[in-house]
Ligand binder design. Structure first.
Ligand SMILES: [Zn+2]
Length: 241
């Protein structure tokens, strides 16, 4: 058998075993990642909420100062109202009074708005706390499951990876590149046997000339349809080759 073809078959077998190990982890690695991300997101949101609540407190303090200031002015203006002697003075003073009242109203509205918003932010902060708590528990469990599976498969995986490295060193680079590309595109399977004259991967009939090469086993042949390497394991020779 062609040496490279033999190596490709071996590589496929090793990769298949590595894939099985990876599958044993199931969705645990994804779950760990996604939980870590969600915890981070909630924590960022919490920090933003706290920041915003603090800003609202500043707005309230400032608005309260503004209210005191304009209440004092109002008091003064109302006293002055008794002292005015001309219409012009009266108009000017009432304009000042209206302005001060408007400022107070605005400040009060600002305070209400900030306090309402802070109340909601506080609620959302508490919700985030609860969520982070439960995410953390879930994460801990997922991490420990994952760690256990990694421990259980570590030795086997190391051996396979060492074997893989040895095999890949013996395969020409251009062929290896094709292998990796097809493996990625075809759910991990890039080398398949010929089955009843068809590609064992995609089931399409192999053209006669290629079939001859496959059965002779001394040439690298790929499927015209799916791109996988096709080999004959010797058990599937047919009369019509
Ligand atoms: Zn195919």
């Amino acid at each position: 058998m062609d040496d490279t073809l033999e190596k490709l078959i071996k590589l496929q077998s090793v990769d298949y075993q590595l894939k099985s190990i990876q599958e044993k982890m199931g969705n645990l690695p994804d779950r760990v990642l996604s939980l870590e991300m969600r915890i981070k997101e909630e924590e960022v949101r919490k920090v933003q909420n706290v920041e915003r609540i603090k800003q609202n407190e500043d707005i309230v303090t400032k608005s309260q100062g503004k209210i005191s200031e304009y209440r004092a002015k109002l008091e003064k203006y109302e006293e002055q109202l008794y002292l005015v002697t001309t219409n012009r003075q009266y108009d000017a003073l009432t304009a000042e009074i209206d302005y001060a009242k408007k400022q107070i109203e605005e400040a009060e509205a600002e305070i209400k708005k900030s306090r309402d918003e802070s109340k909601e932010l506080e609620k959302s902060k508490n919700r985030a706390d609860t969520m982070v708590e439960s995410f953390k528990k879930e994460l801990e469990a997922a991490k420990s499951d994952l760690e256990k599976t990694i421990q259980e498969t570590r030795e086997e995986k190391n051996l396979l990876e060492k074997e893989r490295l040895e095999i890949t060193k013996q395969i020409p680079r251009n062929i290896l590149t094709v292998y990796e590309r097809v493996k990625k595109a075809r759910h991990g399977i890039a080398v398949v046997p010929i089955v009843r004259d068809a590609c064992g991967g995609c089931n399409n009939k192999v053209i006669p000339q290629k079939r001859v090469d496959i059965y002779k086993r001394n040439k690298i042949v790929t499927c015209d349809i799916c791109g996988r390497f096709i080999y004959s394991d010797g058990d599937n020779l047919t009369v019509d080759k």
